[in-house]
Design a protein around this ligand. Structure first.
Ligand code: G3P
Length: 216
């Protein structure tokens, strides 16, 4: 399973990259706004900055919701860097745009996916990746990990090449469960990635080794 970081914060992207386990980055308008990035030029420069840190797919989301707007915006984003993946919402115009991008060899990440039916449509249109938001599904009292399993099973049964990118990760356990479910990619906040390091028996064991090492 590939590890992406789900943030637009450059310091956090660098920290995850320095761990040596980072395969890519996902952003969205909420994450960009959180960093205080204002204006089209600043947004574009921020994507370039992210691409200069990580040598892997960087999802940049369109704001437009009509076919022409999505295509125009997506083409500009894709021209920024070869690693840019155009992130398109799961709406009718978005599906049409994903098909257009797919026909023109531009990589896409279909976002805001909450059902297997939506994932099938995205794959049919030729999306490179599909992003089910598992934390938000859990918030709504359904089972987000179960949706990952279902989409992975459907894609395997049908031979779809679209990668399942588990998004809206809220905990280290989500990452483990998505790996178990067969997700191709998990995009996570830094806190969930670092949370994978933790086990009290590791801390206790290391303290004992260091104590005993004093007698060597
Ligand atoms: O990748 C999608 C993600 O940013 C959404 O996460 O925590 O806002 O549901 P969240």
């Amino acid at each position: 399973m590939k590890f992406f970081i789900d943030t637009a914060n450059l310091a956090q992207i660098k920290e995850a990259h320095d761990l040596g386990i980072l395969d890519g980055v996902t952003t969205n308008p909420s994450l960009m706004a959180k960093e205080g990035i204002k204006g089209q030029d600043a947004v574009m420069q921020h994507y370039r900055d992210i691409c200069s840190i990580v040598d892997g797919p960087v999802s940049a989301e369109v704001i437009a919701t009509d076919f022409k707007g999505i295509v125009d915006e997506g083409m500009k984003l894709a021209a920024l860097h070869e690693n840019i993946v155009v992130k398109v919402p799961m709406i009718k115009e978005g599906v049409k745009a994903i098909k257009y991008f797919s026909d023109n060899d531009i990589k896409t990440n279909c976002t805001l996916v909450f059902s297997a039916g939506q994932a099938i449509l995205a794959a049919k249109a030729g999306a490179t990746m599909v992003s089910p938001f598992i934390g938000r599904i859990d918030d709504a009292n359904w089972d987000g990990v179960q949706l990952i399993e279902q989409i992975v099973n459907v894609y395997n049964a049908q031979g779809f090449m679209t990668e399942v990118l588990a998004a809206s990760i809220r905990s280290p356990l989500h990452i483990v469960k998505c790996a178990e479910a067969g997700a191709d990619i998990c995009t996570c906040p830094l806190s969930s990635i670092l949370g994978l390091l933790n086990h009290p028996l590791t801390d206790i064991g290391l303290a004992k080794f260091l104590e005993d090492a004093k007698n060597l």
